[in-house]
Ligand binder design. Structure first.
Ligand SMILES: [Zn+2]
Length: 354
């Protein structure tokens, strides 16, 4: 079984699912693999990007297994997977083609069984670019359920919360002058730096919750200045804000407006995830994982966003839960092959235990 999961993961890594055509080819391959294993799957197309959806089981609540097929870019060598000392290396091995391979094996194994529930497998594109064309599209078309497991990189712990996203472009003005007489001008870059410091000092960035120490604020981009001998009269700075579940982005925005003397444009927004850790379906997932793992399974909050948010926005308990590994989005990304098997055992027992 482990060999089969590892070999499917390797195959998926080799698709180099960074660009649209590669992602679509991988989606078609997954659909054919499922069909060859007795699992009927549909391929859906949204704006030229393909998702694969498959449902097994006849009645009862629906468990959604969600996996993204796309990966972030990497050098060519990272798309040649290899196994060393129990680790499968390659771009996407951990984030999250290993999970995808596990979920496909779960479907193939359970399709023959009399299930106490339904299982919906959703293999999606576009997660790394915001999920609008993949999971969001599926959710908008009614492909929802009672509990969602996104097979992200959690080392077999369970992420029940995720921070929200608020990305802003702030334009600050100044007055240009000759660079030899800066006192005659008003430097827009310096104004922007002052503005940034005021934003950073706002009390909204100094709150915590049981799952998070604080929100985050990253000054990600600055565009300003045209000539070395000129005082810049315009500075654009882009801020990447990750706020806590429970914080209201409209309140954040109005607090920020209060200290900005300039124009603010919202570039992107994403809702936080706040799944109730005491929800019976989450408690049982934790218990099942602890039973198979033989250790404490921690519930925690993720700093970044994932496709869980599209389900959570509908009030569906959604968690990130996946195998063990490291270096996702970096060099030497790997997944521990034994943990793929453990992940599969947990999913199978969880589904059969409904
Ligand atoms: Zn991911």
């Amino acid at each position: 079984m482990k060999e089969s999961i590892v070999s499917l993961t390797r195959k998926l890594i080799e698709f180099r699912t960074v660009e649209k055509d590669r992602i679509n080819a991988a989606a078609e391959y997954c659909s054919e693999w499922l069909a060859a294993n007795g699992v009927h799957a549909r391929v859906l197309d949204n704006e030229g990007l393909k998702s694969v959806v498959s449902i097994i089981g006849k009645e009862g609540p629906t468990v959604i297994l969600n996996g993204h097929l796309d990966v972030v870019p990497a050098g060519p060598d990272q798309f040649i997977p290899y196994v060393a000392e129990g680790k499968l290396y390659g771009r996407g091995s951990f984030d999250m083609l290993g999970s995808v391979a596990v979920m496909m094996h779960v479907m193939a194994e359970l399709v023959q069984e009399e299930l106490p529930c339904k299982v919906m497998l959703a293999l999606v594109p576009d997660e790394e670019k915001g999920g609008q064309k993949g999971t969001k599209y599926l959710v908008e078309h009614g492909l929802i359920g009672d509990v969602v497991i996104c097979g992200e990189t959690t080392n077999l712990d369970i992420a029940v919360q995720a921070k929200g996203l608020l990305q802003l472009e702030i334009e600050i003005e100044g007055v240009s002058a000759h660079g030899s007489r800066p006192w005659l001008g008003d430097n827009a870059i310096l104004n922007a730096v002052e503005t940034y410091k005021k934003i950073e000092a706002l009390p909204i960035f100094n709150v915590s919750t049981p799952y998070f120490e604080h929100p985050s604020l990253n000054l990600a981009r600055i565009q300003a200045g045209q000539a070395i001998n000129q005082v810049p009269d315009r500075c654009i700075m882009d801020l990447d804000i990750r706020y806590l579940p429970g914080q209201n982005p409209a309140v954040l925005l109005s607090e920020i407006k209060g200290v900005v003397n300039g124009t603010i444009r919202v570039l992107s927004e994403g809702e936080p995830v706040q799944t109730n850790p005491d929800h019976p379906l989450i408690v049982r997932l934790q218990k099942t994982a602890e039973h198979i793992r033989g250790r404490n399974i921690e519930l925690f909050g993720q700093h970044g966003t994932a496709d869980t948010r599209f389900y959570a926005a509908r009030g569906i308990p959604a968690v990130e839960f996946g195998p063990c590994g490291a270096n996702h989005h970096g060099k030497n990304e790997y997944v521990e092959t034994e943990s793929l098997l453990t992940f599969k055992e947990i999913l199978t027992e969880y589904i059969c235990g409904f």
